[in-house]
Structure formats: C-alpha cells, structure tokens
Design a protein around this ligand. Structure first.
Ligand code: PFF
Length: 457
C-alpha cells in the first residue's frame, strides 16, 4: 500500500474553484427538491429558522473538519484516514470511516441518478408544452405514468449516469473544473431569473410570509431532527466528499472562511428555491404541504397556468439537472480517488466501472416504483427506501459524528491549529467546543431519534 503526500489527481486551480466545486456538491436535489417540500410539510418559517441553526452549529463545523482532514491527508478519504491515524498514533479502525464513505457514495448515487433522471425528463415535458393550461389531473397522471414505466425511467436514469460518468472520467481539471466553471454560474443566473419570475407572479408576499413568519406552535422535537438530517444531506457531509475535495485545496487558502462561503451559497440556493417555488404555489391556490410531489406535480402545474410558463418551467428543470450533476460528480470522488491512487488505475476506466455498478444498483430504485413496489424485504421498506434510509439516516450521520470527533479529539491539536491557521487560544477553544462537543451532540440526537424506535419498538 502506498500513502502519497500529494493528491494523485491534481489540485483545484484556485481557492475559488474549490468553493464552486464544493458548493456544486452541496447544491443539488437536496436544496431544490427536498428543502422546499420539507419546509412545506413542516410549517415553513419555523422550520427554516431551525434549519439555519443546524447548518450553522452542526453543518459548518463538520464541513470544516472534513476539509481540514482532506487537506492534511492530501489523499482519498480512505488513505487520508490511514495516514492521519498513523500520525496521531490512533487505532487503524478509524480507516473504516473512509470505507463507509465510499459505500455511502455508491448507494446515494444509485438512487440520486434515478430522481435526477426524472428532472431530465421534465425538461423535455415542460418544453414540449405538456403542462400548458393543464389540469391538476394531467400533472398527477404525468408523474404517475413516469413512475409506472420502468423502461422510460431506465432511459432517463441511464442518460443521467452517462453524463455524470463522462465528466468524472475526464479528471479534476478537464472534467470537474470545466463542468463546474460553467454549471455553477449558470445555475445562479437561472435561479435569479426564476426568482424574478416568481416575484412578478403576484404571490410573492404570501410566499415570503410562509418562509419567514415563525409559527412556533408547529415546532416539535421532530422538527429539529428533520432539520438536522436535511442540513447534513444538503451540505454533502459525513461520507468523505468534502474530504476528497479538500485534498485538492491549495495549501494557503483559509479553511474557515472558505467553508463559510460554501455554506452560505448552499443556504442561499435552498432559501432562493423556496422563494421561487412557494409564491407560484400560492398564486395557483395549490397545496404547500404535499411532500415529494411538490417539484414534479405542483410546480409544472403552477408553471402551466402562468404566462410563458413553459419557458420558465423548462429553465427550472434545466437548473435542477445542473445542480444534480455537480452533486452526483462529487458522490463518486471518494471511491474513484481511492482506486486511482491505490492501484494506479486509469481514472476513466475506474469511473466507467463505478458508473456501471451504480447504474445496476439503481435498477432496484427504478423497480421500487413499479414492478417491485410491493417487495419489502426489511422493516416494511422497499429497495429504494432501504437504500435511502441506510445511507442518509445511518451512514451519513455516523460518518459526520466520527469525523468531528476525530478532527477535534484524536488529531493532534498542532495539526488542527496549523490547518485552520488559528493562533489565538480562545478561538481554538471555541472551535473545540463547537466542533468537538456541540456538533457531535447534535448529530447524536438525530441518530438516537432514528434508532430509538427500533429498540423500543
Ligand atoms: N448535497 C447534495 C444535495 O443536496 O442534493 C447531495 C449529496 C451530494 C449528499 C454529495 C452527499 C454527498 F456526498
């Protein structure tokens, strides 16, 4: 086994490109599809405030830990953990963190590509006028028909996977950077266009009130836990993605401020997506709390009722697809970086093999909506639900918890101080309290909440 001190596959050409890449990983279906529907289901403003608290006190410190470990290790998450545990004189068992991240990435990519495939399909559907002046029934039937047709879903799922793997195969500078350089600015422009559209739709005041008026009566302990889980997924934490990207960060960039920029961008996109979506929902008298269908049923319907709706609807789904691609790329990085550096393998070959494997695994998710819908092998969950729950609710929180604990309590303090460029004792103390105590406790709460029902029945 070789543990290199240089990342095998290059460096980001600037700190700013790392910010764009990490923001590209963070901003995805989690922000545009999930965040609005979860906020809708959980009372709007109250949820948004709690989510922001979780992002600031749990998400940001864990991201700092991941990037710090990655830059120090300068290798794939597995080898970074190997190297740092040796350096810290800690047990080799910590390396398990890297392996779990690789597995989580593979599992998440397998279903992420399926849902992102729906978004690709919706570019075509909105552009071809399917929803122009359509009734609610048309919107519902269109979504149902897609889910009931495994071949159609496989087609879109395959298309998404091919695009992702094609970019990944080209490597950090020719693939990732080139894609991110284009996608991210475009995404922000599209989002602003949509915001403008939504502001002029007539429902903006209502949408704004829904997002920012705090109604404490709807807040329960569960709201905190849902917000915490969402903060985690949306910031791409717990599986080594930020560690893998951190390995390519230039040595002189300031990790704290870089991470805060990434977190701010991710939060901006989630809030802006909410502000773009809710006014359209209100202006059409539709249901805000209807769950995952918000993006695939309510929104096309809302666009269909508005002037130039087909155009803006198409723009919206293009935006979602871009966001999903830059996230999907990052899901593969921990696995690909490891195989490339460990076996000196060709990146394109590794990328294609991983793509084929994830694609095959994704068929389980495709079939979970139709021919396998009733197949519930464990805990009354179908294949898609199992993979989703296992990766998002178990592997990511566990990974995040351990990463924060490792970064603060196992890694020698001198390394942390050097990486974070902190000289003040007081700042270091605050970092240890937030990163080593508050953040792990927050994640542990989500974890207990997820597991407790299994133990107490
Ligand atoms: N953060 C992405 C989203 O919000 O859609 C999902 C994700 C990407 C999670 C990469 C984890 C990850 F490593």
């Amino acid at each position: 086994m070789s543990i290199s001190t240089q990342s095998t596959d290059g460096r980001w050409s600037s700190r700013w490109l790392f910010v764009l890449a990490a923001a590209g990983s963070a901003v995805g279906l989690g922000n545009i599809w999930k965040f609005p529907y979860i906020a809708g289901e959980n009372g709007g403003g109250a949820f948004v405030l709690i989510y922001l608290v979780c992002v600031a006190f749990v998400g940001a410190p864990i991201m700092i830990s991941e990037v710090m470990l990655g830059r120090k290790g300068r290798a794939s998450p597995i080898n970074t953990m190997r190297k740092l545990t040796q350096e810290a004189g800690a047990g080799a068992r910590w390396t398990f963190l890297g392996w779990m991240g690789v597995l989580a990435g593979v599992l998440i990519l397998s279903y992420y590509a399926v849902i992102a495939g729906w978004a690709l399909n919706y570019i075509w559907l909105t552009a071809s006028g399917t929803f122009d002046a359509a009734s609610a029934q048309v919107a519902i039937t269109t979504f149902d028909q897609l889910q009931q047709d495994p071949l159609e879903m496989m087609g879109w799922h395959s298309a998404f996977m091919v695009i992702t793997i094609w970019i990944v195969a080209r490597g950090v500078s020719r693939g990732l950077e080139a894609a991110i350089r284009w996608f991210m600015p475009l995404l922000f422009v599209l989002l602003l266009v949509l915001l403008g559209y939504s502001i002029s739709s007539g429902g903006f005041a209502q949408g704004w009130a829904f997002m920012f008026d705090f109604n404490w009566s709807v807040v329960g302990p569960e709201t905190w836990l849902i917000a915490m889980g969402q903060a985690f997924f949306t910031l791409s934490l717990g599986m080594g993605t930020m560690m893998a990207y951190g390995a390519y960060v230039p040595g002189d960039s300031h990790i704290g401020s870089t991470v805060l920029t990434i977190v701010a961008l991710d939060t901006f996109v989630a809030v802006a997506a909410g502000l773009a979506i809710f006014p359209l929902v209100f202006v059409n008298g539709l249901e805000v709390g209807q769950g995952p269908g918000l993006m695939f049923v309510t929104l096309p319907l809302a666009f269909g009722q508005l002037p130039m709706g087909a155009l803006f609807g198409t723009v919206f789904f293009v935006l979602v697809s871009f966001a999903a691609i830059t996230s999907a790329i990052s899901l593969t990085e921990p696995a690909i970086a490891y195989v490339v550096e460990e076996y000196n393998a060709k990146r394109s070959r590794v990328a294609i093999s991983l793509g084929i494997f994830c694609w095959l695994l994704g068929l389980g998710t495709v079939f979970s909506f139709n021919i396998w819908a009733d197949l519930k092998p464990l805990f009354g969950l179908n294949f898609f639900e199992l993979v989703d729950q296992l990766s998002q609710n178990i592997m990511l929180p566990l990974g995040g918890l351990l990463i924060a604990l490792f970064a603060v309590w196992v890694l020698p303090q001198s390394i942390a101080r050097e990486q974070l460029q902190v000289t003040s004792k007081r700042v270091m103390f605050c970092w240890r309290v937030v990163g080593g105590v508050m953040a792990p406790l927050g994640v542990a709460a989500v974890f207990v909440y997820t597991f407790l029902p299994f133990f107490i029945g």
